[in-house]
Design a protein. Sequence first.
Length: 281
Amino acid sequence: MSGRFTAADGTLLVYDDLGPAGELPPVVLVHGHPFNRSMWQPQTAALVTAGCRVIVPDLRGYGDSGVVPGDTGRTLLADFADDIAALLDHLGLARAVVGGVSMGGQIAMEFHRAYPGRVAALVLADTSPVAETEDGKAFRNRLADRLLAEGMGGYADEVIDKMLAPYNVTGLPDVAARVLGMMRTTAPEGAAAALRGRAERPDYRESLAGAGVPVLVVVGADDVYTPVAEARVLHGLIPGAELVVVEGAGHLPGLERPEVFNGAMVRFLTGVGSASGPGSA
């Protein structure tokens, strides 16, 4: 079912809460930029079938959630993480598995840093724990200005063959159309605010190195934004973490190769549920 609630600052936040509570811990899946909660449809279907309760929010500024106002707005990763905590409170959940792709993975890392006791496990897909560089900060702020001035269309066309592996843009036209549709319909104000906030992100390597929860790292074999070599470094930071490299995929393996991605998640969550016991989340 779909639900909505109002954050402390008055922003409307929309989410889907799917599947009954069962043996597996509840899972919150956080979308990347510039997408929305619909990107997780292949995963929610598979996880609900496996007996998992899945919660997928639209981040503030994205999808059906409220747009961040103004042309100089900034949404920090900490703001997104606070929204996830508020969502768990709204749903009466003390803990959950938190997973995300790209920026969503960084939000999951920020949530783990800020609310470690509320994390049952982490799923980090095609993401990086490293703080932004000075060049990266300048790039993200320039891109925010551009999106506000020009809208999302030109940007979407430019990056589609980086979001997906180039061979999947042509080989999976329905997936490419879906990804382009999400990017083109994202509010420029929300995307720009997230870009400005993401430019200020901290480094998560220290908090991840001390993670005392199960962690699954997933990466597309042909991801150009967060290559496999970077995923291996991330995996190596975290004691006991699992790494899955998805062949035939770029930056969005959950859409490009959903069967492989879903299988890895179900196996991982089954292990988390077995280790923690029913109802522990």
